[in-house]
Ligand binder design. Structure first.
Ligand code: G4F
Length: 328
């Protein structure tokens, strides 16, 4: 069987780390691009880096930067990936209003750089692009599907819409095997601490241990379609195993409000959330997407993917992980 070689941008992130584990278990050689500034010691792949049977055997890291096409091209030539998972870039929607230029460069232009590299390579590569439900923003229909018009409501969503559209153009114009995974929110104990689910789970655990006294949030009425990150990286992999490249919505089809997440999280530690949660308008965003909820029928029918677990289980798992972390 031909060797399976994956190259991952964003390998130290939540999705990158779960995807790396999945690919290593499936017999892949995995190469990751990391920035010189990445703190590998504290990263989510540190356990793999410390594993002598894995690191520098089937897992390799390369210094690179999304802004530096020459280095990316060099890594590509050296690694000769059969599959490329492009996950890297500034992914905080709220922050994208404060740093729109770098967000658009990372989420938009970097994808173009990688598509150009893939286009030039003699050896064909299967390319996964991490698109996002944020491309729909003020969506004209609910639930959203692969054909729902893009109407982004943030600089981040706009950059992702640009990159998603480019990926389609490269697929149609040059026959590249490129898939857009239009992923809705997906969470886990490895989520970054400035995303709302992890922030809530962490605060509930810390308050229950007497380490914090409150939790300051933005809009509690925002609703999201929240799934489990491990399920979503499996969807990424499935897309690249199919005979034909395509775009897929990956979602649970269910929404919950930030308030519901808070209620469920504080219930895990048996605390009345109303006593601890405060609102600070500085966490409110200039605009919020209207009603993001995905229809995952296409990926269910075509690739046999489906989400596992319930919302309550997801919240429970995240809070328990924080409590365990605090207990050391
Ligand atoms: O956790 P969030 O920051 O995630 P958001 O904006 O939905 O984006 C995430 O999911 C997208 C879809 O997959 C990705 F494209 C994107 O990269 C990212 O992974 O915020 C969720 C909701 C928002 O409505 C926000 O306004 O929670 C609300 N919220 C309320 N208080 C807060 C807070 N969000 C954050 N981050 N921090 C708060 O204190």
């Amino acid at each position: 069987m031909a060797e399976k070689i994956a190259l991952i941008t964003g390998i130290t992130g939540q999705d990158g780390s779960y995807l790396t584990e999945l690919l290593l278990e499936s017999g892949y050689t995995v190469h990751g691009v990391v920035r010189r500034t990445s703190n590998l010691l504290r990263s989510r792949i540190e356990h793999l880096r410390r594993d002598k049977k894995v690191y520098d055997k089937s897992l390799f890291l390369h210094y690179g930067d999304l802004a530096d096409a020459t280095t990316l091209r060099r890594i590509f030539r050296e690694v000769r990936p059969t599959e490329l998972y492009h996950l890297a870039g500034q992914s905080h929607v709220g922050l994208s209003f404060e740093i729109p230029e770098s967000t658009c460069d990372e989420a938009g232009m970097a994808t173009l750089r990688l598509l150009e590299i893939a286009r030039d390579e003699a050896q064909p590569v299967r390319f996964y692009h991490a698109a996002s439900s944020e491309i729909f923003g003020n969506a004209t229909e609910t639930p959203q599907t692969e054909t729902t018009p893009m109407w982004p409501a943030s600089p981040y969503g706009c950059a992702k819409a640009f990159a998603t559209q480019l990926a389609r153009i490269y697929r149609q114009s040059y026959g590249l095997f490129v898939c857009n995974g239009i992923l809705y929110n997906h969470e886990s104990p490895r989520r970054g601490e400035n995303f709302v689910t992890r922030k809530i789970a962490r605060a509930a655990a810390r308050i229950s241990c007497g380490l914090d006294s409150d939790l300051v949030l933005g809009n509690l009425e925002s609703r999201r379609d929240w799934g489990r990150a491990q399920d979503y990286v499996r969807a990424m992999w499935l897309m690249l195993q199919h005979e034909v490249p395509d775009d897929y919505v990956v979602a649970t089809g269910e929404t919950h409000s930030v308030r519901e997440f808070v209620e469920a999280a504080f219930a895990v530690v048996n605390l009345p959330w109303e006593n601890y949660v405060k609102h600070d308008p500085s966490f409110d965003r200039p605009t919020e997407p209207a009603h993001l909820v995905g229809c995952a029928d296409k990926i269910r029918k075509t690739l046999g993917w489906k989400p596992t677990g319930t919302f309550a289980q997801l919240v429970h798992k995240m809070v328990e992980a924080e409590v365990e972390l605090l207990r050391g």
